[in-house]
Structures are given as structure tokens and as C-alpha cells.
Write a protein that binds this ligand. Structure first.
Ligand code: ZN
Length: 111
């Protein structure tokens, strides 16, 4: 389940989380029409966030990968919830650590 938010930096407000791109476009358009008379605020932003409300675009690649795995695991139990249960975060860390160990082992074996 993907999560998106619209952020108006002029009003310093963020829309509630929506789960479809069409709803994200409607949230942005609705805000522009209601508050700004249809004008587009400078530096407005819209994008995907993780279950903790962090923008994926602002995360580093490793943290973003961890967040995607933890989000996917958390969505198995609670598709529209927020936050990561401890087991999902731990499993994501274990998966990334295992992948890194496997790659390191393969490189070591090849050399
Ligand atoms: Zn605004």
C-alpha cells in the first residue's frame, strides 16, 4: 500500500495521507483552488512517504530500502496503518544484513 502526501510550503501544511495518485492530485488541486485561488504555490511538494511519514525522496538509499522492506512487511498485517512494528523493522534489517553478507561472501569467494 503506497502512501502519498501533498505539502504546501507557503501555508506550511501537509495533506492527510492518501493511497492513490489520483487522490494526491485531487488533494493538491483542492488546496490550490481553496486557498490560493488556483495559483501554484512556490516550492510545493507531493510525493510518497513511508509508514513513519518520512519522504522517500529525502531518505538515503540504504534507509529508503530498509523503509520499503519494513513497509511491505508491516502492510502484510495492517495495510492502511502507520508505523513499523518491531518485528518488521528487525526483519528488514536482517534481510539487508543477509544480502550484504551474501554479496561479501560471493566477492570473497571469487577473489
Ligand atoms: Zn497553501
Amino acid at each position: 500500500m503506497r502512501r502519498y502526501v501533498y505539502r504546501c510550503t507557503v501555508c506550511r501544511t501537509t495533506s492527510p495521507v492518501v493511497h492513490h495518485l489520483e487522490d494526491l492530485a485531487a488533494a493538491g488541486e483542492g488546496h490550490r483552488l481553496a486557498i490560493h485561488g488556483g495559483h501554484i504555490p512556490d516550492a510545493e511538494a507531493a510525493g510518497q512517504v513511508d509508514r513513519l511519514g518520512r519522504w522517500y525522496a529525502s531518505l538515503g538509499p540504504l534507509i529508503a530500502m530498509h523503509a520499503r522492506i519494513a513497509d511491505g512487511l508491516s502492510d502484510l498485517r495492517d495495510p492502511k496503518g502507520i508505523g513499523h512494528p518491531f518485528w518488521a523493522s528487525a526483519a528488514a534489517t536482517l534481510a539487508l544484513g543477509s544480502a550484504a553478507a551474501l554479496i561479501f561472501g560471493l566477492i570473497s569467494a571469487a577473489l
